[in-house]
Ligand binder design. Structure first.
Ligand SMILES: O=P(O)(O)OC[C@H]1O[C@H](OP(=O)(O)OP(=O)(O)O)[C@H](O)[C@@H]1O
Ligand SMILES: NC(=O)CC[C@H](N)C(=O)O
Ligand code: SF4
Ligand SMILES: [Mg+2]
Length: 443
């Protein structure tokens, strides 16, 4: 999941630099910017002192194409730049559409295909019809901020899979993936509605374009893990949602032999606190995560194996501990954490998860595009417990997830295999799990 943001107004470079730290939890591969300067688009890693009234920022967590920061923002010629959060599930189909437009492109990078496709539609059909066609032909989770000639275009997918907010501090207009970023800079904000696109023109005129009306499918994993807890998504506080997830976990607790609850840092803390309150047990930080290494799940594969956890051995020894995490995806975290508890002489290890088992891949903005990498795929809950080496394991159900978040308008595809739109899992696995270092090459 990437972080995207933009500022339209005086000192735009300074604004986008200030917004960056509030969005880098969404992408750790690096941050990059593009600014409109004297009629040209300039791509830079530091724009704080640049004189510009329109800049875009991007923090990348790649789901497609080569890993690394240098691949967004995408700039095409002097008239088009794009930052994008999500995954274009049908990018292979768009490559054929581009071929019909006379553009040959050979890549496995969805954002590059999207950029060429969007620019082509805008230049051939104009802004309104171009965006409308984009809405009708893209499948996936996507929030997009693009510069097209002297206009800024902001788009949120019709399912509402990915978040996007727009706001202001009176000096200009800011757009960002998350509300917390705009609040941090003292701005007021509102969400861009799903299936809506805003075009802000150089003349100061603005207008909206509407996409198709489809069933809303807000990404459940955004609430569970991805968003900052001080953000709101579709009118729901992420903090509240995580507390409720923890409370429901507490209601399900049937084990009375628990001495201490400990969160698996960082994201699980809020759910773990609510769970500990609910079962009336003390909560202690017994897993110490190296705070300088960032999030582990979103790291590129070669960086994932590094251990970043230690435990407070003297306290866990001889005790029965309930470890609360927000999710188990590839199982990397528990594979690192659990043996440390065992070696320290923990009497019993109970794993509690504030979400359901993740059994299906995501092709809409998270980087787990294959069934084989998911620890719960093809395994019962008891088999996952045995595989991880826990004494007990409790997850939430999908109904409990929806009750806790307070809406049924969720994408739950990674739990259920029911995607918001028709998707061929075998084909999609091939499209997204190919060689991720294949060089992009526009012909
Ligand atoms: O089963 P896994 O494949 O390990 O994935 C799930 C884990 O990854 C995430 O933590 P992460 O370290 O990315 O971020 P956090 O510090 O915000 O919890 C998530 O919060 C789980 O702890
Ligand atoms: N996580 C994301 O939003 C990724 C955006 C885009 N698919 C990329 O790989 O750069
Ligand atoms: S499949 Fe899972 S991670 Fe992907 S969009 Fe749906 S809920 Fe989010
Ligand atoms: Mg975590």
């Amino acid at each position: 999941m990437c972080g995207i943001w933009a500022f339209l107004g005086l000192n735009a470079g300074n604004y986008v630099v200030k917004l960056a730290p509030w969005l880098i939890h969404r992408g750790q591969e690096g941050v990059s910017f593009v600014c409109h300067v004297d009629g040209s688009l300039v791509r830079l890693s530091d724009v704080s002192t640049i004189s510009s009234t329109l800049c875009l920022g991007h923090a990348r967590y790649s789901t497609s194409g080569p890993y690394g920061v240098e691949l967004q923002p995408i700039v095409l010629g002097n008239d088009f730049a794009l930052v994008f959060n999500g995954t274009i599930s049908n990018y292979v189909e768009l490559i054929s559409k581009l071929r019909d437009f006379g553009i040959g492109i050979r890549t496995n990078y969805d954002a590059l295909v999207l950029a060429h496709y969007m620019r082509e539609l805008l230049s051939r059909r104009g802004i309104d019809d171009g965006i409308s066609e984009l809405f009708h032909t893209l499948r996936g989770g996507y929030s997009i901020i693009a510069i097209w000639r002297d206009s800024l275009i902001v788009i949120r997918d019709p399912w509402g899979i990915r978040p996007l907010v727009i706001g202001s501090d009176g000096n200009g207009i800011a757009i960002a993936s998350e509300s917390a970023a705009l609040e941090a800079l003292g701005m007021t904000w509102r969400e861009v509605e799903p299936g809506k696109a805003l075009a802000l023109h150089g003349s100061g005129r603005e207008h909206w374009v509407e996409g198709p009306r489809v069933r809303r499918a807000y990404c459940a994993l955004e609430y569970i893990y991805f968003l900052r807890p001080d953000s709101h998504f579709n009118g729901i506080s992420v903090y509240d949602a995580r507390r409720k997830l923890g409370m429901v976990l507490a209601h399900k607790e049937g084990n009375h032999d628990i001495d201490i609850v400990t969160p698996v840092p960082e994201t699980a803390r809020i759910a773990a606190e609510a769970y500990a309150e609910g079962i009336g047990k003390p909560i202690h930080e017994l897993i110490i995560k190296n705070r300088y290494v960032g999030r582990s799940f979103i790291k590129p594969p070669r960086e994932r194996s590094v251990n970043m956890y230690n435990v407070i051995r003297d306290i866990v020894k001889g005790r029965s501990i309930s470890l609360v995490d927000d999710s188990i995806i590839r199982g990397d975290t528990f594979r690192k954490v659990l043996p440390r508890f065992r070696r320290s002489g923990t009497r019993a290890i109970h794993v509690r998860v504030s979400s359901p088992p993740i059994r299906y891949p995501c092709f809409m903005g998270m980087d787990f595009p294959t069934r084989r990498e998911l620890v719960a795929h093809g395994r019962s809950i008891d088999e996952v417990r045995g595989y991880l080496g826990a004494d007990s394991l409790v997850y939430l159900t999908v109904d409990e997830l929806m009750d806790s978040i307070g809406t049924t308008e969720l994408c739950t595809a990674c739990f259920t295999g029911n995607y918001p739109f028709t998707i061929n899992i075998d084909e999609s696995e091939k499209a997204f799990s190919g060689d991720r270092v294949w060089e992009s090459q526009a012909l």
